[in-house]
Write a protein that binds this ligand. Structure first.
Ligand SMILES: [Zn+2]
Length: 381
């Protein structure tokens, strides 16, 4: 049994979650409808919802033209006891069964099993296959792989550990994609001190810091590990969530996309970082990789409250969620300058819009995820 704080710490929800005392929401509750998405219909390729929140999830999707959303990890339980793994997956797949044309679920391993069950590595591929037969649309690895997950000897499991190869091989055989959340914001790997650009978050949450090199590998090492997997398993389609974990350096991400044709990325919870780059650079990045990027927000519907990508867990109103989506449309569709990003806790700066052309927007909002997950088979429209 773990509480939400502990869960988020170990499971990779790091910057995306939990209530923060003394902080308020970013929604302003203004009335009336602002900007809408070009092309009207949208797939949000990265959200979270627990089984009891499916109704509210659909309500917010409907209000924002989100025709389909991917629950990018199987997470279930109550506020004080969230869990991943088989139990969470089968509860979620049951909860979305009536809505297969609206929601898809990724299967997520409970990596703590690698520490407690000596046979975990040999069982894991079959666990995945069973989940796919039950309806899992893909596999998602939370960031604890590489940072916290340990084997029965207590050794950190590298992302490119050969004991995991049979899992990636099985994913290829099953024809499903594999998503990786690798690392966390660059600042979380830098010294825990007031000069850190994400100090507002880190001082409230020292446990989000991965600066201690005696405990955690450097971010660059994690990137090298995951790229080894992308390279070796060229027949698997991979998604690097959160702009492949490196939204601070879209030039590097561009070079990874150039090198690795089997890699796609999503935008979840990274508009704050993306919008910080010169608008022309962001515009060129999204235009050049127009068929490799999926729109995602990281909006999370937890048992008792919601998180808008990062920041406080609150009972956000429908209007506040609409506002959250509108900032995304504004970033992608306008050349507005110096406005607030959707996740204020993720950095005390303003962002500039990148005004993508209509074709690129339709690919980002719809075509890429539709094709990637073959959503025609669920009559998504
Ligand atoms: Zn997420």
């Amino acid at each position: 049994m773990i509480n939400r704080r502990e869960f988020l710490k170990i499971s990779g929800m790091g910057a995306a979650g939990l209530s923060l005392s003394g902080m308020t929401g970013c929604g302003t509750g203004t009335s009336g409808r602002g900007i809408g998405p070009v092309g009207v219909k949208v797939i949000d390729a990265h959200i979270h919802a627990t089984p009891g929140r499916i109704g509210r999830t659909l309500e917010i999707m409907d209000d924002n033209n989100i025709r389909y959303a991917l629950l990018i990890a199987s997470i279930s339980g109550t506020d004080d006891n969230l869990y991943v793994g088989d139990k969470a997956f089968y509860e979620l797949i049951e909860a979305i069964r009536p809505y297969r044309n609206r929601l898809g679920v990724h299967y997520t391993y409970d990596w703590t099993l690698a520490e407690t069950d000596p046979d975990f590595f040999s069982k894991a591929p079959d666990m995945l296959e069973k989940a796919v037969n039950a309806g899992a649309i893909a596999l998602k690895n939370l960031k604890d792989l590489g940072l916290n997950a340990r084997d029965t000897e207590g050794r950190l499991i590298a992302i490119d550990d050969p004991r995991l190869f049979p899992i990636w091989e099985r994913a290829e055989k099953l024809g499903i994609s594999v998503a990786f959340h690798v690392g966390d914001p660059v600042a979380f790997f830098q010294p825990w001190e007031p000069g850190n650009e994400r100090w507002d978050e880190l001082k409230l949450h020292p446990e989000w810091s991965f600066a201690d090199r005696s405990k955690y590998p450097p971010l660059e090492t994690l990137f090298e590990q995951v790229k080894n997997v992308y390279r070796k398993f060229s027949g698997v389609r991979f998604v690097g969530v959160h702009v492949a974990g490196y939204s601070e350096n879209i030039k590097a991400v561009g070079s990874w996309l150039d090198e690795l044709p089997n890699l796609s990325i999503d935008t979840a919870a990274r508009i704050g970082e993306l919008g910080r780059h010169p608008a022309a650079d962001g515009h060129d990045f999204f235009t050049k990789y127009h068929d490799r990027i999926m729109f995602g927000t990281d909006l999370a519907f937890w048992p008792d409250c919601d998180v808008q990508g990062a920041g406080p867990c609150e009972n956000f109103s429908t209007e506040e969620h609409r506002k959250f989506y509108e900032i995304h449309w504004r970033y992608f569709q306008t050349d507005d300058r110096q406005f607030d990003h959707p996740t204020p806790i993720q950095g005390n700066w303003k962002i500039d819009g990148i005004r993508l052309d209509e074709k690129t927007l339709r690919e980002l909002y719809w075509d890429n995820a539709y094709r990637f997950y073959d959503l025609g088979r669920f009559n998504v429209s």
